[in-house]
Design a binder for this molecule. Structure first.
Ligand code: PHB
Length: 390
């Protein structure tokens, strides 16, 4: 019996796999420390779950090597070099921050190592700086936020103040929303970017939002920053007069219960919520809860689908870097979040987006789906990529 070993960062775990399996070395590049550490745990648990569930369908076995990016682009670049040059991984997966994805893009493209993006939404990585070696199984920053522009105007909210952390993801998420919101007739009455990973007190920014004359506030925050922001928004007394909207990471099921009642009534958009009503999602929620004891988040499903994409790619016989990159661009399946495919023009995922409200449920806060917005392709944004070869 061959085994899959989950190694590095000080420990190793074994998963049983078919005999005579071809060994694929996977470098998991994730922030195991910093404001996004909890996100990494869900991505990794989802990744492992897919290997446990679907690993027996392929002739490949998987060795996972983990490296901590610390959400710091220079650290991530050094760790990616180690995985590629020293550990000689066949494929990489992970990356949470858009800043980190931007920093490692040229290394990945130049070394010709396939990367399955399991979070970072950096629009450039599947736009102007796309690469046949980068395939995204998560979302792009524009994709999650663009649908909310017209949706908010339809709800009669035409004056909006925006807030986000000052780094690539914050700026791209707000730009995506702003484009469609203003095109639909909305007006941005004020826009602030808060120092990333450094802002503890959002008070001065909230005071500006309050004085702006806005009908609503639209934000992107995730992880530890989302918890602080949502709590402070409520304790500042803004929630009653100025409803809070944003991309759905703000109230992720991963940490919404740490936000508590402050999150109730917040309306956001995302590519996955655990309350989606489908047999694929029901099976995933049950399996993830059995493995971890918690409800799966968007991060968990991104890890799950990233590993599933890798398994699908190896099922076509792809086992080396070039053939894996080529096969990853062609995967499609019905997963917990709906029907997924990869746009061959950009290598970005194509998927529906859900507008949801955070509401009180029987066992804590839960997600009420208000609208399902159809899957649309991202603009190519200058991405010029060789067609898929077979
Ligand atoms: C990003 O930096 O691209 C990012 C980080 C955390 C999220 C979403 C996007 O929840």
């Amino acid at each position: 019996m061959k085994t899959t070993v989950l190694a590095a960062l000080g420990f190793a775990t074994a998963l049983s796999m078919p005999a005579n399996a071809e060994e694929i070395k996977v470098g998991l590049l994730l922030p195991y420390s910093g404001v996004y550490a909890a996100l990494s745990n869900d991505i990794e648990a989802g990744f492992e779950l897919a290997i446990e569930e679907y690993g027996s369908e392929t002739d490949a076995s998987f060795v996972l090597l983990r490296e901590d990016t610390e959400v710091k682009p220079p650290v991530a670049l050094a760790k990616a070099k180690k995985l590629i040059l020293q550990d000689k991984v066949d494929v990489m997966a992970g990356i949470v921050s858009s800043g980190v994805l931007g920093a490692v893009r040229d290394l990945i493209d130049g070394a010709g190592v396939p990367l399955i993006v399991a979070n970072a939404g950096n629009d450039e990585a599947t736009g102007a700086h796309c690469s046949p070696f980068i395939t995204r199984m998560s979302f792009s920053n524009g994709q999650v936020n663009r649908p909310m522009g017209p949706w908010m105007v339809e709800q009669g909210l035409t004056k909006v103040f925006t807030l986000a952390p000052d780094y690539a993801a914050g700026r791209q998420m707000i730009d995506g929303f702003t484009q469609t919101f203003t095109a639909a007739g909305g007006e941005i009455v004020g826009q602030e970017y808060t120092p990333f990973q450094k802002t503890q007190d959002f008070g001065p920014f909230l005071a500006k939002a309050k004085a702006s004359g806005a009908d609503a506030v639209y934000v992107f925050y995730a992880g530890g920053e989302a918890i602080s922001f949502v709590k402070q928004y409520d304790s500042f007394g803004l929630k009653a007069d100025l409803p809070l909207f944003g991309s759905g990471f703000l109230t992720s099921p991963l940490y919404v219960n740490a936000e508590g009642p402050a999150a109730e009534g917040v309306i956001t958009a995302l590519h996955y919520v655990p309350t989606l009503d489908s047999p694929e999602n029901a099976a995933f929620v049950t399996a993830f809860e059995a493995k971890t004891g918690r409800t799966p988040s968007e991060y968990a499903v991104q890890g799950f689908d990233a590993a599933r994409a890798l398994i699908e790619a190896t099922k076509t016989g792809a086992m080396d870097r070039d053939s894996l990159a080529n096969a990853l661009r062609q995967v499609h399946f019905d997963g917990p979040r709906g029907t997924l495919s990869i746009d061959p023009a950009t290598n970005n995922i194509v998927q529906p987006i859900y507008v949801y409200e955070t509401v009180a449920g029987d066992a804590g806060l839960t997600q009420k789906v208000l609208a399902t917005l159809p899957a649309t392709l991202d603009p190519v944004n200058g991405c010029a990529m060789a067609p898929v070869s077979n």
